[in-house]
Design a protein around this ligand. Structure first.
Ligand SMILES: [Zn+2]
Length: 132
């Protein structure tokens, strides 16, 4: 499982997995653009954590789905939306089409302030969702 990224300077695409080596300084492999100035020593570890947890989440979801069949259906939006909303805008790649629906849903709700932007100490209760 891979996560693609795009350089904010030269616009070329590169896999996140190629940025997780601590010695490389979390820079673009093509143009040398620093992706996390001031955080070059910790950003590779964060990137590695994203890759590991992404794989762990997808693997766990598939495992649970195979155990439960149609007897339990997780609300896809509540799984995908927090991930989509944590990404900055304009991250569209060819592999992002699978999450397009979730991103559109996120765009529709962007007018609301995010819970973390309101200075709240805790995440608010889940909003009721329409069926379907
Ligand atoms: Zn670049």
């Amino acid at each position: 499982m891979s996560i693609a990224a795009r350089c904010g300077s030269c616009r070329r695409e590169l896999p996140l997995v190629q940025l997780v080596q601590p010695g490389q300084g979390f820079r673009c492999l093509f143009c040398g653009f620093a992706f996390a100035p001031g955080y070059a020593t910790v950003a590779p570890g964060v990137g590695a954590r994203i890759l590991a947890t992404h794989t762990a989440l997808v693997t766990a979801l598939a495992a649970l789905a195979s155990m439960t069949g149609g007897r339990l259906r997780l609300d896809q939006a509540t799984v995908v939306d927090p991930v989509a909303n944590a990404l900055p805008e304009a991250t569209t790649t060819a592999t992002a089409t699978a999450t397009a629906t979730a991103k559109e849903a996120g765009l529709a709700r962007r007018k609301r302030a995010h819970w973390w932007a309101r200075g709240a100490g805790a995440q608010p209760a889940q909003q009721p969702r329409p069926a379907g």
